[in-house]
Design a protein around this ligand. Structure first.
Ligand SMILES: [Zn+2]
Length: 393
């Protein structure tokens, strides 16, 4: 089995030569990376070898994981050859899921409920923008607020999950990126977390980013995979995190669900009101109302998937997609354009966040009846071989 795992890792590194974002993190043998660079394989060879390797794998959880990852490799290699999959077919082939289709009326219902909560003049998207601006953390206070949020997230996570004693993260502030934050996992239980200061960071995002990128999200996931599987069992396939693969669905899904696991609604509201608003120099009097608005905005989460599907499948033009996003997600036109750039760059990756979150939540709630158990089930997801279809069981 170790030999098959090694072939999977090498094929991933070879694909990385054609698909530069494919390998998001790798801390396995450096010579394999060198080999992939010095003696490249054609996309056709990568597809053929991945498919052949799939036939050699049995039904153990470890083998099922590698089999699924190879499916992602085949799909991404075909895309690098120029093949364009329909959106749903692509998300199924790479991430093992198809996002639900929602009618416009579903979003229109939520928009109607938001209308009276967003005072002022102009379009509803403009009113939402103006409303939200009241809650933007001033640039010179972002670091204070973020550090307070991450401190709380670390304390909560450590109470429930045993982390490697040497784990740590570095924090950097950057600009000119399509994402709002990123975790670059470095290996040896160290993460580099970057936050993009170009996008205004509202006070609620401090907890969201601290949990998603750090604890119990990406940093914890990578550190646990490394500790329990890559080092603990010597399973080399976990020294590699391919971005466009089913692993990403679990990674983004656990990172998103990790926010509410770590900070359930009332606890989060109290923490924001008592700690984060004062640290950001904001008046907490509207904290509760803002949380209600954000909860309603959460209903619009799947709209991005629907917009991406219509746009990338060619049924709506760029301008029509911008207009649709403004109407149904209350994005500003600039933010809508930025979302389109993200869709163009990462295509069906956009479904990993919300479809992943809902799958992880349903799974955890089905297998646990109280907070302590929920953390246990969650920690197990982060430390064992998983494929998205496992989450449906
Ligand atoms: Zn993420």
């Amino acid at each position: 089995m170790n030999a098959l795992a090694e072939q999977y890792v090498k094929l991933s590194l070879h694909l990385g030569q054609h698909d530069p974002l494919f390998v998001d993190a790798y801390y396995g043998p450096a010579e394999w990376q060198e080999q992939a660079k010095s003696s490249p394989k054609s996309l056709e060879a990568i597809i053929g070898e991945a498919q052949e390797l799939q036939t050699k794998l049995d039904q153990t959880p470890r083998a099922i994981f590698i089999h699924r990852q190879l499916g992602s490799i085949v799909a991404r290699a075909k895309m690098a050859q120029g093949h364009v999959f329909p959106f749903d077919e692509e998300s199924k082939a790479i991430y093992d899921v198809v996002a639900p289709h929602r009618p416009d009326s579903f979003y229109a219902d939520t928009i109607r409920q938001l209308e009276p909560m967003l005072p002022g003049s102009g379009t509803l998207a403009e009113r939402y923008d103006a409303y939200r601006n009241q809650f933007v953390i001033p640039a010179d206070k972002v670091d204070d607020a973020f550090r307070l949020a991450i401190e709380r997230a670390i304390a909560k996570t450590k109470h429930h999950i045993e982390l490697p004693s040497h784990e740590s993260f570095r924090l950097e502030y950057v600009r000119n990126e399509v994402w709002s934050a990123y975790n670059w996992y470095q290996g040896n239980a160290v993460s580099l977390i970057q936050i993009n200061l170009d996008l205004p960071i509202t006070v609620d995002r401090a907890v969201g980013l601290a949990c998603h990128e750090g604890y119990p999200g990406h940093h914890v996931y990578n550190a646990l995979l490394e500790t329990h599987l890559a080092r603990g069992k010597g399973w080399v396939e976990y020294t590699l995190c391919p971005l466009y693969s089913s692993l990403a669905l679990i990674s983004e899904g656990t990172a998103e669900y990790g926010v509410e696991l770590c900070m359930p609604h009332d606890e989060r509201l109290a923490f924001e009101k008592d700690v984060l608003y004062p640290a950001a120099g904001l008046d907490p009097v509207k904290a509760e109302e803002f949380r209600r608005v954000l909860n309603l905005m959460g209903n619009l989460g799947y709209a991005g998937n629907d917009a991406g599907r219509e746009y990338l499948d060619g049924r709506r033009s760029k301008q029509e997609t911008i207009d649709w996003l403004v109407e149904y997600t209350l994005s500003s036109p600039q933010r809508a354009e930025q979302r389109i750039r993200f869709m163009e760059a990462h295509r069906s990756y956009i479904v990993t966040y919300n479809v992943g979150e809902d799958m992880v939540r349903d799974y955890v709630h089905r297998h646990a009846s109280n907070e302590v158990e929920r953390w246990k089930v969650f920690a197990n997801l982060l430390s064992t071989p998983q494929v998205p279809s496992n989450l449906l069981i």
